[in-house]
Design a protein around this ligand. Structure first.
Ligand code: FCB
Length: 441
């Protein structure tokens, strides 16, 4: 367990310090000004899918409260903000006309960030696919690749010169596996073959979009964000060891080998058998465009067991409100491994944070566990840098409490507390700590 305390001046001068959000989780205004429905609107409307039966209709009302939210970002003292664009807000059906009112929203947000000197890091797909594309099969239908490329190119044409990076997809594993195989996230499908086809189309459309956006002559850094963690066998039992290797293949190597080596790992393809993705000639080369950065979202480590599921409390480490073990050194390990095995050009921590039960007492939210989580993962990032890994950014998840997908509003990840009755924003103590850290105090 890393217990060292680091300060901002121990990081490279040009290090990006940020907070992250995503469109569906904060914007609300689900049908305002011509926005079309996304798969998450549909999923939320399906009984039993969201723990508290909530939806994204209002969320943090960021669509109208964005000036206040930009103020919060500026007050924190970060130099970078990672956010996503809602595809159905700017192209309601995902393949037809552009919605100028939707683009105007992002234009004013970007302008406000520019005025504050805060870098803009834009994600094109943080899960809210236009529903009308899902009606045609969504990410499991190869046609989506062309639609996504058109959307990406239009966004890059309009905003590419005003943002500091463009990420195509946030966490393809989550989209494909939780959405199309386990069915616990939108669109709620349970089919391994559809999930694997979705993986393939996400990676393929990433490559196609990069080629097309670069064709505009933009120098803007472009890349992708993956959810990754180290995976350990639950015991020395060879069955657990084999399971851990396979799980690492399904979660990390499938994506990293495709993106950085232009191959799908053979052991994973063999394991998938008839569910393995269907490829066309040239797909693998298209997927392996050079990325200017790889974004890593890290929350916890994983254990693989061939028998009973791993007991998360067995290590004695703290466990978050999501039931995730707090394990900062897993981040150091992961960053070192990615650097050694794949040598990505830029390596950024694009999400890291924790849900804990917060209480507002006399206008104050004391959240020592979240504060320690963020502090220790920043130290873990520093450990990786000291071991020679050129990490370039750390974005805390999240700016503020928001709609946590299938968990609804019950799980709070924010540095800033949101009272969902009044929409009042309050800095939690973790936010005050981050603010001090960023000020070099
Ligand atoms: C990640 C998502 C993000 C948020 C965190 C807790 O998987 O990218 O939107 O929900 O988990």
């Amino acid at each position: 367990m890393t217990t060292k305390t680091v300060s901002r001046d121990q990081f490279p001068k040009d290090f990006k310090w940020g907070v992250a959000t995503s469109s569906f989780q904060i914007e609300g205004a689900h049908d305002s000004d011509g926005k079309g429905p996304s798969i998450w609107d549909t999923f939320c409307a399906t009984e039993g899918k969201i723990a508290d039966a909530s939806n994204g209709h209002v969320a943090c009302e960021h669509y109208t409260r964005w000036p206040e939210d930009v103020d919060l970002i500026a007050r924190l003292g970060v130099n970078a903000y990672r956010f996503s664009m809602s595809w159905p807000r700017v192209q309601p059906d995902g393949q037809g006309a552009w919605n100028e009112a939707g683009f105007a929203f992002y234009d004013q947000l970007i302008t406000a960030l520019e005025e504050r000197g805060i870098e803009r890091h834009l994600t094109l797909n943080h899960w809210d696919l236009p529903q009308s594309l899902q009606d045609q099969g969504g990410w499991a239908n190869r046609d989506v690749c062309g639609h996504f490329t058109r959307y990406a190119t239009e966004v890059a044409r309009r905003f590419g010169h005003r943002v500091h990076s463009i990420c195509t997809h946030n966490e393809p594993w989550v989209i494909a596996i939780l959405g199309y195989e386990q069915g616990i996230f939108a669109p709620g499908i349970q089919s391994r073959s559809q999930a694997m086809q979705a993986v393939h189309h996400l990676l393929l459309s990433h490559g196609m979009a990069l080629q097309a956006m670069r064709g505009l002559g933009l120098a803007t850094p472009m890349g992708i964000v993956l959810n990754l963690s180290p995976i350990y066998p639950a015991s020395d039992d060879p069955k657990d060891v084999a399971k851990a290797k396979l799980d690492d293949g399904l979660i990390l190597r499938l994506y990293m080998d495709a993106l950085y080596k232009g191959v799908y790992p053979q052991d994973v393809i063999d394991h998938l058998g008839s569910d393995a993705p269907q490829l066309q000639a040239g797909d693998l080369a298209t997927m392996a465009q050079s990325n200017d950065f790889l974004g890593v979202n890290y929350y916890t480590r994983n254990f693989s067991s061939s028998g009973n599921p791993w007991d998360v409390t067995s290590t004695g480490n703290a466990v978050t409100d999501m039931g995730w073990e707090v394990y900062p050194q897993g981040l150091t390990e992961l960053l070192c491994r990615l650097h050694t095995d794949y040598h990505p050009q830029g390596l950024w921590v694009t999400e890291n944070g924790a849900a804990f039960k917060d209480q507002m007492v006399n206008g104050e939210v004391n959240d020592p566990q979240r504060l320690a989580y963020i502090r220790d993962h920043i130290a873990a990032t520093h450990d990786a840098i000291q071991q020679g890994v050129p990490v370039g950014a750390y974005f805390a998840w999240s700016l503020m409490d928001n709609f946590e997908w299938a968990s609804g509003y019950a799980k709070r990840f924010g540095l800033v507390h949101v009272d969902f009755e009044t929409q009042k924003r309050t800095f939690k103590n973790s936010a005050l700590w981050y603010q001090k850290f960023l000020a070099g105090k």
